[in-house]
Ligand binder design. Structure first.
Ligand code: MG
Length: 291
């Protein structure tokens, strides 16, 4: 199922796309939010299926789609340098304050983005808020956790996943570099476009086959498949839950492929009016302009 959060008379409402994608079934009389659906797990998804036929419908083409999880309860957990070619381009860019002597990390690099970074599809990314004018894009597959879990072995990792969506890990490269710790450079308000859909794991199937792409002003910049991850999704879930409990609705952004702006020499930072078009197979298209 492809879940959405949409604007209903100025309030965020949960919905689900009909099979042909033409309409959104309004779930707001059944659930407060998509987090409410995620919390309810398989039983909630079964309730959605039962409610779909009789739920009020709105046309998907004219609805304002919001971020699927517009207000995450906790920071978005993010993974740095998790595709080989991107790890190399970042390592040699001059912006990698985390650099050891090797481009490829021995263990996953984990940081986070605050909930206040989240914006929805078509919302402008406020790049002018970056005092260093070094804003960059990062298309990423995001995993949405479906269960409270701790000490998850790799073999059981996918059982903890509710679904998947696209995030854009927008970054100020100068802030990322000069503060050493990546947090500030990743946490400007509005620097995490998300959506358009939260797609359930059963609908996605083999997530390692998904193609992850980004175009800037119509020019293809990033293009990879999820199986190219250095640390795959089971490894990430095992690593994170070896130290902390994950909760339903937690989001893990799994890292970005090669082709970001600092992969070019000189870097190609984003500026006002640039258009980002991110796509992952089956997860829709996430478009945002730079303001
Ligand atoms: Mg990233």
């Amino acid at each position: 199922m492809r879940f959405v959060t949409f604007d209903k008379l100025g309030k965020a409402a949960p919905g689900v796309l009909t099979a042909d994608g033409a309409e959104i079934a309004d779930l707001s009389t059944h659930f407060a939010s998509l987090l409410d659906v995620v919390d309810g797990g398989a039983a909630a998804v079964a309730r959605v299926q039962a409610a779909m036929a009789s739920a009020p419908k709105v046309a998907a083409a004219t609805a304002k789609i919001l971020a699927p999880i517009p207000a995450p309860r906790r920071n978005i957990i993010c993974v740095g340098k998790n595709y080989h070619e991107h790890a190399k381009e970042f390592h040699s860019s001059g912006f990698d304050a985390s650099a050891g002597k090797d481009a490829i990390p021995d263990f996953p690099i984990i940081f986070s983005k605050a909930s206040t970074t989240v914006i929805g599809p078509n919302d402008p990314v406020p790049a002018s808020a970056d005092p260093t004018n070094s804003v960059d894009y990062e298309v990423e597959l995001a995993v949405v956790i479906g269960k409270t879990c701790k000490n998850v072995p790799k073999a059981q990792a996918y059982d903890q996943v509710f679904g998947y969506m696209i995030v854009n890990d927008v970054t100020s490269r100068q802030l990322q570099a000069r503060h050493k710790q990546w947090f500030l450079g990743k946490n400007l308000d509005g620097f995490c476009p998300m959506g358009p859909w939260l797609v359930t794991a059963d609908e996605v199937g083999d997530v390692t086959k998904l193609r992850v792409t980004a175009e800037i002003n119509g020019e293809k910049r990033q293009d990879a498949v999820v199986k190219d991850l250095i640390f795959d999704i089971p490894t990430l879930i095992e690593t994170i839950t070896s130290v902390m409990t994950l909760l339903p609705g937690d989001i893990i952004a799994t890292g970005t492929p090669a082709g970001v702006g600092i992969g070019f020499n000189p870097p190609r930072f984003l500026g006002k009016g640039d258009r980002m078009r991110l796509e992952i197979t089956g997860l829709g298209v996430l478009e945002n302009a730079v303001a």
